[in-house]
Design a protein around this ligand. Sequence first.
Ligand code: NAI
Ligand code: 15L
Length: 271
Amino acid sequence: PAPRTVLLTGAAGGVGTLMRELLPRYGYELRLLDLQPVEGEPDAVTLDIGDPASRDALREAVRGVDAVLHLAGISLEAPFEKILRANIQGTHHLYEAVREEGVRRVVFASSNHAVGFTPVPGAGDPLIPVSAPHRPDTFYGLSKSFGEDLAQLYWDLHGVESVSVRIGSCFPEPTTVRMLSIWMSPADGARLFHAALTAEDVGHTVVYGSSDNTRLWWDLSSARALGYEPRDDSEPYAAKLIAEQGELDTARPDQAHIGGAFCTDPPIWPH
Ligand code: NAI
Ligand code: 15L
């Protein structure tokens, strides 16, 4: 049966806010959770998923849902201790709650930064497959590699299904030349999350999360196999961004790898 009630973690964040608007159009009833209050949503659960003392409240939050769309966490590089708590322990606590409550599926917001040190493919090179080895570019990316492995473990050992979505850049518009290759429009994001929530027999499936961009770097076939049909392309933004920022130059350290400026120490912003 298609999932109806979905717990949205990270509901107060950028992607969470976009999905609160878009996913109900697909028929979902959303239960919301975040560390911060969610504006205009007094019923949202407010807790820190990294806090072991929140375990019972987290179990209660997942109880009875058909699936979890797990967006909560630190979404950029941060000191290891902070990443450890929010992203590593937090995602572990979430999966434990899911296992204990018998929730069938998690859609996990992984990131391109789990494979961030993968070189940008040159003209004529094959697209990057989902089988590309983990090459995290930050502690943040490392936490996403961990999350994907955790998802695999909970499928193999406990039968909890997951789709790990290596999101590119999900914002209303692409703002850098790098994003022309990895942009996921909010509407395509909702399409992809819907496919990941509803496809049959996913086991643990890894997909890249982006629109069907003209300058795409990676292979969307595992996402399409879930039923995802992207409709957007960043190309209409290309001329303006290239005029402002120049063409992508893979000789530059912040443009040589798919993780962009996350792959430089210190980071070169904006990426
Ligand atoms: P965001 O930083 O805007 O939102 C994250 C939300 O998680 C925030 O509302 C924050 O309060 C909440 N959160 C953080 N720590 C928490 C904790 N310990 N317990 C409960 N809630 C906590 O990030 P954004 O852009 O909305 O991203 C959502 C997810 O997607 C993140 O996991 C991010 O790593 C991932 N992602 C996003 C991309 C994007 O382009 N926006 C790209 C790749 C991955
Ligand atoms: C991410 O993983 C971040 O959460 C997001 O804020 C962007 O930086 C995105 O990757 C990106 O690589 O553009």
